[in-house]
Design a protein around this ligand. Structure first.
Ligand SMILES: *[C@@H]1O[C@H](CO)[C@@H](O)[C@H](O)[C@H]1NC(C)=O
Ligand SMILES: *[C@@H]1O[C@H](CO)[C@@H](O)[C@H](O)[C@H]1NC(C)=O
Ligand SMILES: *[C@@H]1O[C@H](CO)[C@@H](O)[C@H](O)[C@H]1NC(C)=O
Ligand SMILES: *[C@@H]1O[C@H](CO)[C@@H](O)[C@H](O)[C@H]1NC(C)=O
Length: 513
């Protein structure tokens, strides 16, 4: 009887809409698929929990697994292709190019997306939102929406910290110990690393202010009719990092690390039969080589490709190489080429011992999750920084494509195939997964927290409101310096008077005696 009643009550409860369902607006301003891939599982989880989601995006997210998600598609996803033939410039040059590249992307995404009929028609609707999630990457041009809807907003970063993020949330961004995202410095930094890191920080933040934030605000006024909201007023920042990989940082309570969020509940699936038996039959293990979807193997400079082929031919291990061509000249017998492979399922196969990657955060966290050491060939953007971070925590080694030779590839492979690196990667994996709450649940909890309390002023760092001279105690130091100057002067004057009177008295005594 009671079971029947309970079942009926439960069934009724399922029919009642979730009392705590919020209207959430999500804005993915960057047309890159990899950026959306980090947070689309979060959108789907919020949807599953009964929230009503409106999504402004270039990359579709709503599908037959979502119920309350509406995509507003503002343009075509960006064709992300990097030609390695052109990517042999120095890493230092690429740190300089990075901010230029993303300010160009920002301009494209703002003008195309904001002027699109889909976006303009969305603006004429009569909507209300409890909270807005903005991708915090290279532009603020969509952030007029926070002013239009008068809603609290949260930043999402699919990369590690952009150089301007920490200051927005009032966390210290000290180039003495925080490596700039566009740099590739080890921890700790040498003196000249710190010089360069400091200059890079000044350069990257100036590039943001001049090349991205200022025009972004103009676009927001032009196309949304509202100035862009001040990112210092963000309630939270959810960032795709974890200190087990990127190292400890000084964070405010409003900065939440959710690194690995895209792996939520992800279990390796069974591999295609042929691939699995080929992997199974490799007694010494398998090396998985993929530079992601943006970098096509066929654009590999011939001499570098031959270096890899030569090193692979000397191995007992087998190699799975993502290569977008039906054939590869002088391919060794232990190498198998595929145009596409289920990356996560391969990495988590116990036979897979090494991942050769470009250091994108999606692939890097997948390798950490599966406990596989990585040889990173960083190319651009945050990859250099991720590569160094991984090397610092013992999860792999960095190899620069410009310097690749057969010997270097072979030695790097021997290093990461060693028992030490295999164990390091397993230990890193277990630290990465050891958290009080999974990344997804953490993100959902804090988003609902902000919606529930209509903002998170209680988590706002007091540093945000301080002018420059107060933050660096310049007024206090000036005041104390003045006080000590005046007191030293007074002390000097008084001592002089006292000494003189003592001396005079002594002289008088001498004379009288
Ligand atoms: C969901 O959000 C949209 C705004 O895009 C709104 O028009 C709609 O009424 C909302 N649905 C519910 C059930 O609140
Ligand atoms: C959703 O659509 C995909 C194809 O786009 C299909 O393979 C899958 O079975 C569908 N899932 C459900 C639950 O309908
Ligand atoms: C590969 O090996 C695993 C573990 O030994 C086994 O479960 C699986 O059936 C094998 N697959 C093939 C295709 O041989
Ligand atoms: C790809 O394969 C075609 C033949 O199938 C060949 O003509 C072409 O040169 C190959 N490209 C590269 C870069 O290997």
């Amino acid at each position: 009887m009671s079971i029947v009643v309970l079942s009926v009550v439960y069934a009724l409860l399922l029919l009642v809409p979730n009392a705590l369902a919020y209207n959430i607006l999500v804005v993915f301003s960057h047309p890159g698929k990899s950026h959306v891939a980090v947070f689309s599982p979060l959108v789907k989880e919020l949807d599953r929990l009964g929230h009503n989601i409106t999504l402004i995006t270039y990359v579709p997210v709503a599908d037959n697994t979502t119920k309350n998600t509406r995509d507003i598609i503002v343009g075509e996803p960006m064709l992300e292709v990097v030609d390695l033939q052109n990517a042999l410039s120095s890493m230092r040059l690429r740190s300089i190019e990075g901010p230029f590249m993303i300010s160009f992307f920002a301009h494209e995404s703002c003008v195309n997306g904001l002027s699109s009929p889909a976006f303009q028609s969305f603006l004429t609707e009569n909507n209300e939102f409890d909270v807005i999630l903005f991708e915090f990457f290279n532009t603020n041009c969509y952030m007029g929406l926070a002013n239009k809807f008068k809603a609290p907003f949260i930043g999402l970063s699919s990369c590690s910290f952009m150089p301007w993020h920490a200051n927005w949330l009032g966390a210290p961004e000290n180039p003495a110990f925080n490596q700039d995202l566009f740099s590739g410095f080890s921890r700790p930094m040498s003196f000249f690393d710190r010089v360069e890191n400091t200059l890079l920080r000044v350069y990257t933040t100036a590039m943001y202010n001049i090349g991205m934030s200022k025009p972004g605000n103009q676009y927001s006024e032009k196309y949304i009719g509202e100035p862009a909201a001040d990112p210092h007023d963000a309630s939270l920042l959810l960032v795709n990092t974890h200190h087990t990989l990127h190292g400890a940082r000084l964070l405010t309570p409003s900065i939440i690390e959710v690194g690995g969020i895209h792996l939520h509940n992800k279990q390796p699936k069974k591999l295609p039969e042929a691939l699995e038996s080929w992997i199974n039959n490799s007694d010494a293990g398998v090396i998985y080589f993929s530079l992601g979807s943006m970098i096509k193997g066929v654009t590999f400079p011939a001499a570098r490709r031959e270096a890899f082929v030569g090193a692979f031919a000397r191995l007992r291990q087998r190699v799975l190489w993502k290569w977008e061509n039906d054939t590869m000249p002088d391919k060794p017998d232990n190498v198998m080429i595929y145009k596409w492979m289920p990356q996560f399922d391969i990495l988590c196969n116990p036979k897979v011992k090494v991942f050769i990657s470009h250091g994108g955060l999606l692939g890097t966290t997948e390798a950490i999750q599966c406990g596989v050491p990585v040889i990173v060939l960083p190319q651009f953007g945050d990859q250099l920084n991720n590569a160094k971070a991984l090397e610092n925590v013992g999860g792999g080694v960095v190899l620069y494509l410009q310097e690749v030779t057969e010997e270097k590839v072979y030695n790097a492979l021997q290093t990461v195939l060693s028992a030490e690196y295999q164990l390091n990667a397993k230990a890193l994996s277990s630290r990465f997964k050891d958290r009080p709450l999974p990344a997804m649940d953490t993100a959902v909890y804090w988003i609902e927290h902000v919606a529930r309390h209509k903002g998170a002023d209680h988590m706002r760092s007091p540093a945000i409101n301080l002018p420059f001279y107060q933050y660096f105690l310049i007024d206090v130091i000036a005041f104390l310096a003045l006080v000590s100057l005046i007191s030293s002067y007074l002390f000097f004057r008084i001592s002089k008077v006292v000494l003189r009177s003592v001396l005079t008295r002594n002289k008088t005594k001498e004379k009288s005696s």
